[in-house]
Design a protein around this ligand. Structure first.
Ligand SMILES: [Fe+2]
Length: 268
């Protein structure tokens, strides 16, 4: 049995409370001996190099062991363009972690220089590259896609987003080719993990034959103080729950799921 935790929107550099939350999060992930941590962007708050260095220091126990994969978010493109230090070598990348075939997608763009220009970008070429990348998934591994921006419409979360939408700015919109992407990868991808919006959300794509696909928004992990955790084996999710400050809260159980392993309380 392997474990996976999805985190997002850390916003390191926003304030001391966020960094304290990030340190508690890392202690929790280390204590739980999580095999894979997937971080879907907005690692930093203003895209500053100094914020990226702070993130690298806080998450060093996971980064040094190769247990953490990340994609950039729109906030990472501001300031010093910290995004360049988060994902290199193109907009679509493939990585393997225990029991996972991970397709990372950079959904940011050069226009992400301010908060009113926070919307994502996904080209037809990106969609085709994701499709190709999923073709290489080995048997027994869960094929998944991770990116920052949301692929389906989500409710606005604050007054600024509401006003921006009212005056026709695209900053709160889903990715323009988000639904195209889902149509192309359904049947070959089991999980689509994203962030950007700070309230968790979930959609399911049911398929008449074979496994469906879930689209999951982690929300802002440092604000929430909890993260979705999955245990998986042989390419199937066996159980899932929320890894919180001192416990796992089971959320949904597969019919033949085993009981989750005990997760020791994180250090105070
Ligand atoms: Fe964010």
């Amino acid at each position: 049995m392997r474990t996976l935790v999805h985190i997002s929107d850390l916003h390191i550099g926003r304030d001391e409370a966020v960094e304290a939350s990030a340190r508690r999060l890392v202690a929790m992930l280390v204590e739980a001996r999580v095999d894979a941590v997937l971080l879907t962007g907005d690692v930093t708050h203003r895209g500053l190099a100094s914020e990226l260095r702070r993130y690298e220091r806080i998450f060093a126990p996971l980064l040094e062991q190769g247990r953490l994969l990340a994609v950039p978010g729109n906030h990472d493109r501001m300031g010093d363009d910290a995004a360049r230090g988060i994902m290199r070598g193109g907009r679509v990348a493939v990585d393997s972690l225990p029991g996972l075939h991970v397709v990372r997608v950079d959904s940011t763009a050069p226009h992400n220089r301010s908060l009113v220009d926070g919307h994502g970008e996904l080209s037809s070429r990106d969609v085709a590259d994701v499709e190709l990348a999923l073709d290489d998934a080995p048997p027994g591994a869960i094929p998944l896609v991770m990116l920052h921006h949301h692929v389906l419409p989500l409710p606005v979360e604050d007054l600024a987003e509401k006003l921006a939408t009212l005056i026709g700015l695209p900053c709160a919109d889903e990715l323009p080719l988000g639904q195209d992407l889902l149509g192309r990868i359904a049947g070959r991808c089991r999980l689509v993990l994203h962030g950007h919006r700070h309230v968790p959300a979930e959609f399911r794509v049911a398929l008449p034959h074979g496994a469906g696909m879930r689209i999951l928004n982690a929300g802002s992990t440092t604000l929430l103080g909890r993260a979705r955790m999955f245990a998986h084996t042989s390419g199937e999710v066996a159980w899932e729950g929320w890894l919180a400050a001192d416990r796992v809260e089971p959320k949904a159980w597969a019919p033949a799921a085993r009981r989750p392993p005990r997760v020791a309380p994180a250090a105070a």
